[in-house]
Ligand binder design. Structure first.
Ligand SMILES: Nc1ncnc2c1ncn2[C@@H]1O[C@H](COP(=O)(O)OP(=O)(O)O)[C@@H](O)[C@H]1O
Ligand SMILES: [Mg+2]
Length: 227
């Protein structure tokens, strides 16, 4: 479902004399439907960078990043928009939302974008928010003022509202208490069972070992860090 072939990336620091910093060289990885791969490696090795490249937030210098039959490395912007709508979900580390949109609408939005009726999308959002223990009195408020753990759970609810065939998860259990952590791990297991291909970053090693089928050490492809 997700195939990364010989991918390289450097950052050009335009405000520092256009210095070119290579951060990844020759990375390759395959994740089949129903599998979870964990990105591991030291801080700064390029885990989040690789995830942003797969999502099309960062340009890829060379190589291929296939998600289904779309090569993200060369896809046109409108193909990326379609891919994000129907195929590839991304739970980023921090929730970014438009102010004044209610939590229910934030969570329902990916379903609305794929043609689900408002009533059905809101019903699914309610189920997810209840499952993740977001108090009902908060549902009509914007999540901008929520605590870190509440925002993270809203972000997870949103990322799991639509059944994407591929999912990227950046530290999905980082600021959760044990009960909510267990719920999120159960949701990831369910996504695998319905056939989602998942790539995750987990500092929570117990969670990673419980959920992931493979580990992919990004350090092997980090110039200057590789053995
Ligand atoms: N937008 C950017 N511009 C310049 N350098 C960046 C940018 N994003 C990440 N980097 C650099 O790329 C390297 C990998 O970062 P990152 O992917 O965040 O690491 P990890 O998630 O593994 O901790 C780091 O050296 C970081 O400073
Ligand atoms: Mg990171």
């Amino acid at each position: 479902m997700i195939t990364i072939e010989n991918v390289s990336k450097s950052f050009v620091l335009h405000n520092q004399g256009a210095a070119e910093i290579p951060v990844m060289q020759g990375a390759s990885l395959t994740v089949a439907a129903g599998e979870c791969a964990a990105l591991v490696g030291a801080s700064g090795a390029g885990k989040s960078t690789l995830m942003r490249m797969i999502y099309g937030n960062y340009l890829t210098a060379s190589g291929r990043i296939l998600v289904g039959d779309v090569d993200v490395a060369t896809a046109a912007p409108r193909e990326i928009i379609q891919l994000r709508r129907y195929t590839l979900g991304y739970v980023s580390q921090f929730l970014r939302v438009v102010p004044r949109v209610s939590t229910l609408d934030v969570v329902a939005e990916p379903l609305r974008a794929t043609g689900t009726s408002r009533a059905d999308a809101i019903a699914t959002a309610q189920e997810l928010l209840a499952r993740l223990n977001i108090p009902e009195r908060l549902w009509s408020l914007s999540p901008t003022t929520f605590s870190g753990g509440e925002q993270q759970r809203v972000n997870i609810a949103r990322g799991f509202a639509y059944p994407y065939p591929a999912l990227l998860l950046d530290e999905p259990t980082a600021s959760l208490d044990p009960t909510n952590r267990a719920t999120v791990l159960e949701m990831i297991r369910e996504a695998k069972l319905r056939g989602a291909a998942i790539i995750g970053i987990f500092h929570d090693h117990a969670a990673r070992d419980a959920i992931c089928d493979h580990q992919f050490d990004v350090t092997r492809y980090t110039p200057g860090l590789a053995a």
